[in-house]
Design a protein. Sequence first.
Length: 350
Amino acid sequence: MTSKKNTKKVAPHADSPRASTEIDQQPDLDSMLEGLLKSTPKMAQPGAQADGQRCGLVAIVGKPNVGKSTLLNALVGQKVSITSRKAQTTRHRITGMHTRGGTQYVFVDTPGFQTLHANALNKSLNKTVQGAVADVDLILFVVEAGSFTPADARVLSLLGKDIPTLLIANKFDNIHRRGDIAPWLQTMQEKHNFSEFVPMSATNAKDVERLLGICEKYLPEQAWWYAEDELTDRSEKFLASELVREKLFRLTGDELPYTSTVVIDSFAEEPPQKKGQKRLLRIAATIVVERDTHKAMVIGDKGERIKRIGMETRVELEKLANAKVFLELWVKVRSGWADDAARVRSFGYE
């Protein structure tokens, strides 16, 4: 498991106001947003925070490529989920933990709900999304500020009415006329009984800190589930496969279909040979594609692209795992694997 030995502790944050915004310099709009939220019947709010430990599950949901993984990494304080511009980067339920003061947040990042392709892979991913929102204490519904697409609506339809849900208006810094957000917010409140509205940018540290303070009051009083220094329940082997896939997508852009995947063939750890040396991770992985032309894309001219994928993966993994990494990469063609339910399961998808 990944730990946060070098992560700086963050002091507990006070509860944030009901409509949490970065527009203090615009009191009129702030009052407007406050009034819009208060004009809609709300579910009962959590009680005041008591002494003792709090711990709970927080699901992060939204359409593909809306910034869920970026938000998870920011909330955890370290990279535990891969990101890229290509839609459908996250394919697994990723759990990341953040512990501060008396509160432990257990965040669950989910794949973006898929509606365009009904293959075995996407059916598996959608099942993961539905399972993640069934039994949590709080849901963060992530949308781009000012936008609501049919894909957003499909995800929203999965959310029950009994679980508190925050409307996370991500990329709020892209809204140039803040007054335009009020009509959108009123429309969103008509679509779902959101507990709170949180305009933010997942790349803004102050916004992330404010969101942690808001989430805190929704978590039940109970003992922590994980050790204080744990950041994820995923193994280093899983992290290695995800990092290869992230570099694969980033370095091939739109050339390579999203159905490409990565399988770890072997993963071995060797202890340090001398005092002061780092442990060694020996990893062999296969990039699986569907066509010979895709294989050529991944390998690149004279093997330059696959070399770069391996180098960038190794550098980042060494930093995250605090280890020396030896990585071998191979490319294989498995035509139609995303349509084969048995093969989808064999590649690690539930």
